[in-house]
Design a protein. Structure first.
Length: 270
């Protein structure tokens, strides 16, 4: 596929990363425990293993010290800075994925700027903490005031991106209102699959939407035949404690197929 569209896939294991790459992912976001609160910072071992398996794949690394809200203490910020320092020189790491909010649900400009400065010159994605803010347009303006942020991952403040296309369109238009090349681009994500991608591409690609984010995953049964505590260890999602999240190469491949077909149709109509 031409680079008219970049498809980023979020993964939390080497197996999922290989599957995503085989399905045609253009870029990977790496995190730990993706399905538990949206994921946290991955291990250095995972980053190195994925780079070794897929050395040409651009990697964006989550910087998030815990699940829960995005209002971080000074000690948590110190951990985040240490993680950025640890990852910045790793081969394959093109950038980091982060976000900090204030107690009242606004972008914490000063703390985010501090982390972005630490990450420079790497790319920076402001993650879906954006979707926990009170107003998308105000949050976009706050993030735009921070030099060095490459893109914003968002579902338009809705549970799924396809449910908030008007909001995402407004953000996409805002990202093009200035000739300044450093304005953050919009990366729609959440609930993107073969059934939802067509509407998103038709709505966003003609106005400059060139990146999309998905996981393409589902739970699979683990290898353990005998489990002493069948209900898990008291943490995590009920009924899924012993299941394993895996990205499906075919799910990624099908989304790319639809993207190609939709863009071809739009070009023919024009």
């Amino acid at each position: 596929m031409s680079k008219q569209v970049v498809l980023e896939v979020c993964v939390d294991s080497l197996e999922s990363a290989v599957n995503a790459a085989e399905g045609g992912a253009d870029r990977l976001e790496l995190c730990n425990a993706l399905t538990y609160g949206g994921g946290t910072t991955p291990s250095l071992g995972l980053i190195r293993s994925i780079h070794k398996a897929k050395p040409q794949m651009p990697l964006m690394v989550m910087i998030r010290p815990r699940v829960g809200d995005f209002c971080y203490s000074e000690s948590e910020l110190t951990v985040m800075e240490e993680d950025i320092d640890s990852f910045r020189s790793e081969n394959g790491v093109h950038g980091v994925v982060l976000g900090v909010l204030t107690a009242d649900g606004c972008v914490d400009v000063e703390k985010t700027r501090r982390l972005v400065k630490k990450a420079s010159p790497l790319q920076v994605t402001f993650h879906r903490a954006f979707d926990m803010t009170k107003n998308a347009e105000s949050a976009y303006r706050d993030i735009s005031s921070i030099s060095g942020i490459t893109r914003i991952l968002t579902s338009g403040l809705a549970p799924r991106a396809v449910e908030a296309i008007p909001t995402i369109r407004r953000l996409q238009i805002m990202s093009r209102e200035s000739s300044a090349s450093e304005l953050p681009q919009i990366l729609p994500g959440s609930g993107i699959n073969v059934n939802t991608i067509e509407e998103l591409v038709r709505s966003l690609w003609p106005i400059g939407g060139k990146e999309f984010h998905m996981s393409g995953g589902s739970y699979t049964e683990g290898e353990m035949r005998e489990v002493g505590k069948k209900d898990g260890m008291g943490m995590g999602e009920d009924g899924k404690a012993w299941k394993i999240w895996r990205t499906d190469a075919n799910a990624v491949k099908e989304v790319k197929r639809v993207i190609e077909a939709v863009i071809e149709t739009i070009q023919e109509q024009n």
